[in-house]
Design a protein around this ligand. Structure first.
Ligand SMILES: [Zn+2]
Length: 860
């Protein structure tokens, strides 16, 4: 325990230094007042919004779109920009952006507060202006108003525990809350005794029922002057119908590819995890064991997994004779019945996919829809501000009452981290030095027909172990990599030498990845001893040759790289053009074959690749990686099928995603039928480049990494909110590559209720401490003033978003975690107060109720 504490305070010191560094760096990036004087011709608008890379990204956008309308998404930016300028009139240049943001938040809260407190009776005007700030131009679309009561919905929501009032956006529990408890917040502020009385009442009520959860200034709900208003406009109903179509389309794609975790066989009750999960206190026993030099025998499952794992004990099922697989004429693998030769499922064709994609792109760039979505998002944020203002205290006291749990001992999963960068620099440095000192004569690499020892490699570099430092290693990405992904890729080479990367950071090399396995083992040990941290490591399959899968599986199984704190994702780099140039592949179909054929073979007959079968049990799904800011132009009006894709051009992002998706769909069906675990698609999306990537991912993927470009496409962001698509965000990584920390949209997403988590991406390049995930949380907490409750909520999101088996998740965040709302929340495990969960659930439910409601109106 004490050592953990030390490391935490260490971490904080280092982070404090880092913060200083960060803010200095940012000032330079941003054009602080000083910078402005130096460069007087920077446009004032850019300075005010602080969005200098805005222009840069717009250029990329415009370039990316070639023949498409050049104004593609830019109108949405205008909306946002206008709003920013509007609010920025009172900027004091001496404030930092964070302070300023805080003041703005505070302002917004007070405005919302005043509006509510002062004018409850002229509800129409107040509800319209309460979240639009002061003096903003009214838009074409008025916020949803309720229809006359004579229109009856086709179906009314049956299970809702709450009634929703569309005029006020107010939800009240159906076991109605008595007016005497609702206190005018303004009055409460004047008279503190009133507040105390309220707390007592609240306490009484919470003992009484679970339903009265949080306050949103219930004053509006009790206003009897509110009456139903005119029928909704045709425009509004049509917007809601389009939204509904988008939701249904995503559902169609997700259902057909079986990405819903509830349907994954590994999440069923009878799924056996081998080696079985550790029993409580396992680490304590394990440490003692180590001290006693393994003399004391202990229960088998209290060893680490790698010690217990025995390949011989694994059960490898036999072949499936009833089903077979074949590539169809669009180069997607289909599963067919062996007897009838008929296709067993209907995978959406590439034509369907591009039609759906284009339709959503069109909807997303439609002016009224952008304004509408932008307003819904603003409303969600304003609602959060009001909620937070009124319930902050209640939340804190609820989490204080919760014994034992705090942010440090809630489970958190690093849902986006690349394996070859999973160790920190100091760790890698120590490992390299250790190897030079202790095994200099080991033969490690073959270059130009010559086999070199480690000593010879370092001699050729003119380096000794003593010379090595973090500075010579030069793997940190902070200043020189901004908007230079190419430079960032080179940071994977220690000392800028690809030889060292080959020796130390590759799984498939002259020493069969032994060094990387050793260092991975050490990283696993660190994770296991921290107990509350888990990780999902991305590991590459390139699709260059067909034996990649078997080699990777053998690396994992032979080195016994198993841990209950770790699962794998397969990252597929989008590098067709490079393999094509190098003559490794003929057409894009070769990549599809190398990627998927072994997976279909092992599903048909696990005994054909036994190690791969075992490895795949720990694989969650697929990721698609590479520099998104590379331009992917539409070369063709209609894309050729993979076997015809023989040009040297790289297929676009959406094309890669479709072919992973379509093959995954067939594979998942077969695996589910056989009772094997199924896979999900969780690509990098919206880190840079074309926002269309986010729409492709919206259709095909279970969740995404990054998503920072959602800030530019309000409609797509709103869809991500409605579907609660997981977004693993890495602000520290963005800060070094594409977006400075202060401009990161994370806090806005979080307030609005998007399903976000924090993750590290590449600890080797971005972190300074031994606990990169905690570093990520603590920097975010410091800059954005996240409370303990916020951090616990993020941690809970990360567990839910992750691909660990339900058996483990139940242990980590509660047995009922799959249930909706507070029924699924176990504060004793998650440290998230019920009122927070209730707020999130009901806000989301409200949005869905509105969609259902307006879709049920006929004849408009
Ligand atoms: Zn990444």
């Amino acid at each position: 325990m004490s050592s953990t504490n030390n490391s935490n305070s260490d971490a904080q010191n280092i982070i404090a230094d880092e913060m200083q560094h960060l803010s200095l760096g940012d000032d330079l990036e941003l054009g602080s007042p000083m910078k402005v004087e130096e460069t007087p011709n920077v446009k004032s608008m850019d300075i005010e919004t602080g969005d200098i890379d805005f222009e840069y990204e717009n250029k990329i956008l415009a370039a990316a779109h070639g023949k498409r309308p050049s104004e593609f998404f830019s109108n949405g930016d205008d909306v946002i920009e206008e709003a920013l300028i509007d609010d920025d009139k009172s900027i004091n240049p001496h404030f930092s952006y964070t302070e300023e943001q805080m003041l703005k938040d505070q302002d917004a809260k007070i405005r919302a507060f005043n509006t509510l407190a002062s004018s409850p009776r002229n509800s129409r005007s107040s509800s319209a202006s309460s979240f639009s700030g002061h003096g903003r131009r009214p838009s074409v679309i008025v916020p949803p108003v309720p229809p006359t009561l004579s229109i009856t919905p086709k179906s009314s929501k049956v299970n809702s525990k709450f009634s929703y009032n569309p005029t006020t956006h107010e939800i009240t529990p159906k076991s109605s809350l008595s007016p005497s408890i609702a206190i005018n917040p303004a009055a409460a502020q004047r008279d503190p005794t009133l507040m105390q009385g309220k707390q007592k009442l609240d306490q009484l009520k919470s003992e009484f029922s679970h339903e009265q959860n949080f306050k949103l200034g219930s004053i509006l709900a009790n206003d009897h002057n509110i009456s139903a208003e005119e029928a909704p406009s045709i425009e509004l109903v049509s917007l809601y119908k389009q939204i509904k179509w988008c939701l249904d389309t995503r559902k169609k794609y997700q259902d057909v590819s079986i990405q819903n975790p509830d349907l994954n066989p590994k999440n069923s009750e009878n799924w056996k995890i081998y080696p079985s999960p550790p029993s409580p206190f396992w680490k304590a026993q394990n440490n003692r064991q180590r001290n006693l030099n393994h003399r004391e025998s202990s229960k088998e499952n209290n060893y680490t997994n790698s010690a217990v794992f025995d390949f011989e004990k694994c059960d490898i099922p036999g072949p499936d004779e009833s089903t077979d697989f074949v590539a169809d004429n669009e180069d997607t693998y289909q599963i067919i019945s062996t007897k009838t030769k008929e296709k067993l499922i209907n995978v959406p064709t590439i034509r369907d996919y591009y039609m759906d994609l284009d339709k959503i792109v069109n909807i997303a760039s439609d002016g009224p829809m952008k304004s509408f979505a932008f307003k819904r998002l603003q409303y969600l944020e304003a609602r959060w501000n009001l909620y937070h203002l009124l319930n902050d205290h209640a939340e804190t006291s609820e989490s204080k009452r919760n014994p034992h749990r705090d942010f440090y001992n809630v489970r958190k999963v690093d849902v986006h981290v690349h394996h070859s960068a999973c160790m920190n620099q100091k760790h890698l440095l120590r490992f390299i030095k250790h190897k030079i000192r202790h095994c200099p004569d080991e033969k490690v690499i073959k270059r130009d027909g010559q086999i070199l020892t480690l000593q010879e490699v370092f001699d050729s570099l003119n380096l000794t172990a003593y010379d090595l430092s973090i500075d010579t290693l030069d793997m940190h990405a902070h200043r020189d990599t901004f908007h230079r992904f190419d430079k960032f890729n080179l940071k994977y080479n220690p000392i800028g030498e690809s030889r060292l990367r080959e020796i130390f950071l590759k799984t498939d090399n002259f020493i069969q990845g032994r060094y990387l396995a050793e260092i991975t083992r050490e990283v696993f040990d660190d994770l296991e001893s921290s107990k509350y941290q888990m990780a999902e490591y991305r590991i590459s399959i390139y699709g260059r040759s067909e034996d990649e899968w078997d080699k990777l599986a053998a690396w994992v199984v032979d080195n016994k790289l198993f841990s209950h704190n770790v699962r794998w994702l397969i990252q597929v780099p989008r590098l067709y053009n490079i393999y094509k140039k190098g003559g490794l592949v003929q057409s894009f179909k070769d990549i599809i074959d190398n990627l998927f054929r072994p997976l279909f073979e092992v599903t048909k007959n696990p005994q054909s690749h036994p190690k791969l079968f075992i490895f795949l049990q720990r694989v969650i799904g697929f990721d698609s990686v590479d520099d998104e800011s590379k331009i992917d132009r539409r070369f063709y009006k209609k894309f050729p099928f993979p076997s015809k894709w023989e040009s040297e051009n790289n297929p676009p992002y959406s094309y890669y995603l479709y072919y992973i998706f379509s093959n995954l769909t067939s594979l998942n069906h077969w695996r589910k039928n056989r009772g094997f675990n199924t896979f999900v698609l969780r690509p990098h999306s919206g880190e840079a480049g074309d926002p269309e990537h986010l729409i492709a991912a919206y259709l095909t993927s279970e969740s995404i990494s990054h998503g920072i470009l959602l800030r530019k496409v309000p409609f797509v962001q709103y869809l991500y909110y409605l579907c609660q698509i997981g977004i693993a965000m890495s602000p520290l990584s963005n800060n070094a590559l594409f977006l400075t920390y202060d401009k990161n949209p994370f806090p806005a997403y979080f307030k609005r209720g998007l399903n976000v988590a924090l993750s590290t991406d590449d600890p080797l390049q971005f972190s300074y401490t031994r606990e990169p995930l905690i570093e990520e949380y603590s920097v975010a907490a410091q800059i954005w003033k996240l409370s303990n409750v916020d951090m616990s909520e993020l941690a809970k999101n990360s567990v839910k978003m992750s691909g660990f088996e339900y058996e483990l998740k139940k242990h980590w965040i509660g047995h009922e975690f799959t249930k909706v709302g507070i029924d699924g929340n176990d504060i004793e495990k998650t440290n998230v107060p019920d009122i927070r969960v209730a707020y999130r659930t009901e806000t989301l439910q409200t949005e869905h109720e509105l969609i259902e409601y307006y879709n049920s109106i006929e004849g408009v």
